[in-house]
Design a protein around this ligand. Structure first.
Ligand code: FES
Length: 77
């Protein structure tokens, strides 16, 4: 995690991400992995999945963004 994401409490998203992965039965197929800065600091906390960067993540919108944007991409895992 880069310092900008850390300052924006990106670490606080990890338990939520882990819970979402478990809730949707993806824990055998999807692995969380730390990364350095994604060069997207100006857009808020970011994560990368399948070469796509998701930005502006926080504890309030994580579930919505995960289920709307990331979950459909998991169908082919
Ligand atoms: S620190 Fe997260 S995108 Fe730069």
């Amino acid at each position: 995690m880069g310092s900008a994401c850390h300052q924006r409490r990106g670490y606080a998203l990890l338990p939520g991400l882990e819970a979402l992965i478990r809730r949707h039965g993806l824990d055998e197929r999807l692995k969380l992995q730390g990364a350095f800065c994604l060069d997207n600091c100006q857009n808020g906390c970011s994560l990368k999945f399948k070469d796509r960067i998701f930005s502006g993540l926080n504890e309030r919108n994580l579930t919505e963004i995960f289920e709307r944007e990331i979950l459909p991409l998991c169908q082919s895992l």
